[in-house]
Design a binder for this molecule. Structure first.
Ligand code: FAD
Length: 601
C-alpha cells in the first residue's frame, strides 16, 4: 500500500488562493477578488478576460477590470496545472481555468499569500478547438465513394475560389514571417484567409536584405508555430536559409499566399462592416471584401531616410540600408555608413571584409551587447540548448516571458545588464577608447527594453565592434550637414570622401503603411504603433502598459497590426488569431480597456 505524499506548502498555498479567488469570481465579487492581490500587483491578460491585450495594475484597476468583464467571462475551474514552486519568497504556479467560451492557462506568482503577478491567456475557444494531436485530421476517407475528391483537388478548388467567388474573412497585408505565422494560426482555426505579398515568394523580405545578414536571435527563440526548426538548424540562421524555411512552411501549412500582389487601397464600408480592399495581382486589379484587415507590413518595412542638402548632387551610390545590395561592388572604394546600430555595424563589417575603406558616422549613442554574452546571460535560461535539455518547452518559455508585466520588466533587466557590463568590462573599455559612444538604455535596462520601447538604438555584436575598437572601421562622431559630389560633410566641417553612402537610419512606425493604404485620417485615428509609453527616447508617455496597437483591437473597427520578431510573431499570433476566430464565429467579444491614442506617429 503506498502512502499519498502530503501536498507541499507551495501547493497548499496556491490551492487555497485559487479556491478563494475562484469563489469570489463565481460570486461576482470583483472587490473581494481584487483584495487577494497585493497592493503592488499586476494582472496581464491575453484575450481571456478582456478580449484585448491588457495589463491592469493594483487592486483598483483589477477590481474595475473584473467589474466590467466577469458577467460575460464567467471564469471557473481554477487549478494548478503543475506542482507549484517556491523560491526567494515567491511561490510560482502554472494555472488553468475555463471561461464561458474558452479554456485558458496562466502563471501566478504569490508573495506572502497575495498575488503579485498573474498572467491569463486564452488558449482555445470551446467548440473550435484546433485539430492537433489526438484531434489531427485523418487525411483519408476509407471506403468507396464515386464523389471522392483528393486533397490536391480540394486545395486547387480553394485557390481558384477564394478571393474570386468566395470572400476571405481576413486579409493579411504583408507576407513576411509575421503574416505567414498568423496565416498558419488562422488556417488551423479554419478562418478563410488570404495573405497578400508584394514580393513574388515567401521569404523574399529576408532574401532582399543585405547579403551578409544572419538572424541576430538564436534558433530556440525563432521557431514558427506548429513546425519547429530541426535539431541540425544553425544557431543563427543565414537570411536566405530562413527565407527558404518560410517558403517551405507556407506551402506545407497550406496557406493561401498571393505573391506578386500589392495592396493598393482600402476603405472601410461601415454599413456592410467590411473592407473594400484593392489589390494588384500579376498586373490585374482585384477587389477583396474581408471583414478583418491585418497589417503585417513589418516594423522594419518602411525605411526612414534622412534628407541632407546635396544628396541630389552626390555622384556615387547612395541608398537606405534596406536597399543595400551587399559589399561586392565596393572593393577598394570609400564607404560612409550613416548610423551606428545593427544594420550599420553589419554593413560596415561586410564592406571591410571586401576591402572597402569604411567610415561609420555615429550621431548618438548605441547600446552594444556581445551576442555570446546576451545568449548566455539574458536568454539562456529560457531559450538555449540547456533550457531544452532541462525540459523548457518553447511554449512554456514564451508564457514565462509573457508573465512579466512590462512595468516591472525594466527593473528585472537592470541587474542582468549590470552583470554584462562587469563581464565584458574590457570590451567596453576598448570601444570607449576608440571614441564609440555607447549606453545601457536610459534606465540601464538594456537591449530588450530598447527593443520593446523603440525597436532601435542597439547593436548585438557579432564582430563589428572589434573593427571599430581597432580603428579598422573608422568612426566619425557627429551630425551630417550636407553632401558634395564626392563627399559627406559633417556639421563641424570634416569631409569624408565617399564613393558609397549607406543610410542605416532605421524605420518608421507601421501606421505610415495605414496612411499609404487607407488614409492619413485612419492612420491618425489608430495612432503610433509599437512602444510602451515609457517616456524614454522615441517612446513618449503616458504609460500604456502594453505595446501600442500590436495584436489587439485598435480604434479602427476591423483593423489590426501583427509583427515583431520571430518570438513575438509566434507567441502573439495565437492571441490575434483567436480574436479573429471569435469574431468570425459571431462570439460576443466585448473589449475591455481599448487603448487610447496619444501619439499619431
Ligand atoms: C537588418 C535586420 C535584421 C533583423 N534581424 C532580426 C532577427 O535576427 N530576428 C528577428 O526576429 N527579427 C529581426 N529583424 C526584424 C525583422 O524586421 C523582423 O523580425 C521581420 O522581418 C518582421 O517580419 P514581418 O513579417 O513583421 O515584416 P517583414 O518581413 O518586413 O514583411 C512585411 C512584408 O509586407 C510586404 N508589404 C508591405 N506593404 C505591402 C503592400 N501594400 N502590399 C503587399 N505587401 C506589402 C513587404 O513586401 C514585406 O514582405 C531584423 C530586421 C532587419 C532590418
Amino acid at each position: 500500500m503506498s502512502a499519498t505524499a502530503a501536498p507541499s506548502p507551495a501547493a497548499t498555498e496556491v490551492e487555497q488562493w485559487l479556491a478563494r479567488f475562484g469563489e469570489a469570481l463565481e460570486r461576482g465579487d470583483a472587490a473581494g477578488a481584487a483584495e487577494l492581490f497585493a497592493p503592488e500587483s499586476y494582472w496581464r491578460d491575453l484575450v481571456a478576460f478582456t478580449w484585448n491585450i491588457k495589463t491592469v495594475e493594483g487592486r483598483e484597476e483589477i477590481r474595475d477590470m473584473l467589474e466590467h468583464t466577469l458577467g460575460d467571462v464567467k471564469p471557473r475551474n481554477w487549478h494548478a496545472s503543475e506542482e507549484p514552486d517556491s523560491a526567494d519568497g515567491v511561490t510560482t504556479a502554472w494555472i488553468a481555468f475555463e471561461t464561458e467560451v474558452g479554456r485558458g492557462q496562466g502563471l501566478l506568482r504569490l508573495i506572502e499569500g497575495q498575488a503579485w503577478t498573474m498572467l491569463t491567456v486564452l488558449d482555445e475557444l470551446k467548440g473550435y478547438e484546433q485539430d492537433l494531436g489526438f484531434r489531427r485530421p485523418k487525411g483519408v476517407a476509407h471506403g468507396a465513394n464515386p464523389e471522392r475528391h483528393t486533397w490536391l483537388e480540394d486545395r486547387q478548388r480553394e485557390a481558384e475560389e477564394l478571393g474570386y467567388t468566395m470572400q476571405p474573412y481576413v486579409v493579411i497585408v504583408g507576407g513576411g514571417q509575421g503574416g505567414i505565422a498568423l496565416g498558419a494560426r488562422l488556417r488551423q482555426l479554419d478562418v478563410p484567409t488570404i495573405i497578400v505579398e508584394r514580393n513574388p515568394r515567401p521569404g523574399d523580405s529576408w532574401r532582399n536584405r543585405y547579403k551578409s545578414l544572419c538572424l541576430h536571435d538564436p534558433v530556440w527563440y525563432d521557431h514558427l508555430p506548429y513546425i519547429k526548426f530541426p535539431p541540425n538548424w544553425p544557431v543563427f540562421s543565414p537570411k536566405d536559409k530562413i527565407a527558404d524555411w518560410l517558403e517551405m512552411y507556407t506551402r506545407v501549412m497550406e496557406l493561401n499566399y498571393w505573391g506578386s500582389t500589392t495592396a493598393t487601397s482600402a476603405r472601410y464600408d461601415e454599413a456592410a462592416g467590411e473592407w473594400i480592399l484593392t489589390v494588384e495581382r500579376d498586373g490585374k486589379e482585384i477587389t477583396l471584401r474581408p471583414k478583418q484587415l491585418v497589417m503585417a507590413t513589418g516594423m522594419s518595412g518602411r525605411p526612414h531616410t534622412p534628407q541632407f542638402p546635396g544628396m541630389d548632387r552626390f555622384k556615387g551610390d547612395q541608398h537606405h540600408s534596406s536597399q543595400h545590395p551587399g559589399p561586392d561592388a565596393y572593393r577598394g572604394k570609400r564607404a560612409v555608413v550613416v548610423g551606428s546600430n545593427n544594420s550599420a555595424h553589419d554593413i560596415c563589417a561586410a564592406l571591410w571584409e571586401h576591402g572597402a575603406d569604411v567610415t561609420m558616422v555615429q550621431r548618438s549613442s548605441t547600446h552594444v551587447v556581445r551576442s555570446e554574452t546576451l545568449m548566455e546571460i539574458a536568454l539562456g535560461a529560457l531559450y538555449s540548448e540547456d533550457a531544452v535539455a532541462s525540459g523548457m518547452t518553447t511554449e512554456k518559455a514564451d508564457l514565462t516571458f509573457a508573465s512579466l508585466p512590462y512595468r516591472i520588466l525594466a527593473g528585472l533587466q537592470i541587474p542582468v545588464y549590470e552583470r554584462i557590463r562587469e563581464r565584458d568590462a574590457d570590451f567596453y573599455a576598448r570601444l570607449e577608447a576608440a571614441g564609440f559612444q555607447h549606453d545601457w538604455g536610459e534606465d540601464g535596462s538594456g537591449l530588450f527594453m530598447k527593443y520593446l520601447r523603440r525597436a532601435s538604438g542597439y547593436y548585438i555584436d557579432v564582430g563589428a565592434s572589434e573593427l571599430v575598437a581597432s580603428g579598422q572601421v573608422k568612426l566619425q562622431p557627429g551630425q551630417v550637414d550636407h553632401l558634395t559630389e564626392d563627399a559627406v560633410v559633417m556639421a563641424d566641417g570634416t569631409e569624408l570622401p565617399a564613393d558609397l553612402v549607406v543610410y542605416a537610419t532605421g524605420y518608421e512606425s507601421m501606421n505610415g503603411f495605414v496612411a499609404d493604404l487607407i488614409s492619413q485620417e485612419v492612420a491618425d485615428k489608430v495612432g503610433k504603433v509599437w512602444g510602451l509609453g515609457s517616456d524614454t527616447t522615441k517612446d513618449p508617455g503616458p504609460w500604456e502598459g502594453e505595446q501600442r496597437n500590436m495584436w489587439k483591437p485598435t480604434q479602427q473597427e476591423g483593423l489590426w497590426f501583427h509583427g515583431g520578431n520571430l518570438h513575438q510573431s509566434r507567441h502573439y499570433s495565437l492571441a490575434l488569431a483567436l480574436q479573429l476566430k471569435a469574431r468570425a464565429e459571431g462570439i460576443d467579444t466585448p473589449v475591455y480597456g481599448l487603448q487610447e491614442v496619444h501619439h499619431t506617429r
